[in-house]
Design a protein around this ligand. Sequence first.
Ligand code: ATP
Ligand code: MG
Length: 421
Amino acid sequence: MYQKLKGTYDVLPHESDFFRWIGNEIDHVARLYGYKEIQFPIIEYANLFQRGVGESSDIVVKKEMYVFEDRGNRLVALRPEGTAGAVRLYIENTLHMYGYTQRLFYAGPMFRAENPQAGRYRQFTQFGFELIGDASPEADVELILINHELVKRLGITDVTLYINSIGCRECRPAYQQKLTAYLGEHKQELCEDCQTRLSLNPLRVLDCKKTSCQAVVRQAPLQYQHLCEPCSTHFETVKNSLSSLEVTFLIDPYLVRGLDYYNRTVFEFKSASLGAQSTFSAGGRYDYLVRDLGGMDTPASGFAMGMERLAMVVEASTGKKRTQYYHPPFVYVAGVGENLSLAVWQALRLLREEGFSATTEFRYTQLKKHLKAADRLGAPYALLLGEDEIQKGKWTLRNLQTGEQFQEIPAEIVAFLRAKK
Ligand code: ATP
Ligand code: MG
């Protein structure tokens, strides 16, 4: 028997409405905020990501990327995240010509060869929002507000927003020097990963989850105490705007994010109900990425949310299981007797033309079997078609919850169902 690859998962028919609902809410919020959907390939040249997410990111350092040579000897990769592809699309299609500010939104599968755990997969789904062409702190605030809106619409309660500023290319080097010197003195106390990070990107040591590293980090100099004037003003404005909009947040001076392209504002939404993988949405400003990938100097900010973790938080917060979002077909059509396929087809067509979800089991001719099938599907109504109905030109509609039924001409039944929908 074939089995799915480790770290992948199947969405079953009774769960898919749950994911569809979350997706619809996200689409709706994207529209409310004026973000336009973009679609870009799942597969790209590997160097786009290498360059995009950065040499010291987890994705590159921990070799999380699925990279291979295609048949034309091109080094390609399955996308590990969306921002690099979105920025490649922005540059290649000269989107700035359509308007300097671009509000973009994407959704789709991402791939990372990591150790699967609860909320950590090798294929997972991300929703991402990118605001390209706006350097203002208000752009960062807008992206945080989008998260806030989604959290509210999905009924999530136990959420904490953490923010930080990781400075810019002006103020970071001096701070980094200080940090490197400090961490260098404690090198032996750091984990193996962090010893590598020390030379590649010492900032990443700050968010190491290992206890030994955290003990060192607690005494380390912090970026937010070493911001240059513009970075400091930017961060203050973000905080003030959030406060005046009544968005509660905590400052986490150790928050640095796992991708290299960030600068200034970074943020994460966490939920206690997720355990170890507590972050379900994360993002920040990436003012250098467009330039680094070959475009013009263009400020940008964005975030990505993981669908699977979001789904776990929704279930935990609402106490409602994913299967409870299942929408059954509205009407089950039961052909009771032989040679009724034409009548069944006609009824199905009429119901569907009216916009009702309608189905049948072609293989059954007995009422009992049909009712069992309708019950399995969870349909609230069954339309019974037998000799009697054909002769009278009427349908029998049965309420499957109460067992009540009545006979009427199709137009009346349709009117009745319309009122019930
Ligand atoms: P983590 O610290 O959990 O590894 P990350 O910093 O690698 O996350 P990002 O690349 O910023 O995460 O991705 C943003 C979001 O995408 C995460 O908050 C999470 O919801 C989701 N995500 C990232 N990696 C995975 C994965 N392997 N499986 C499921 N969801 C993921
Ligand atoms: Mg990761």
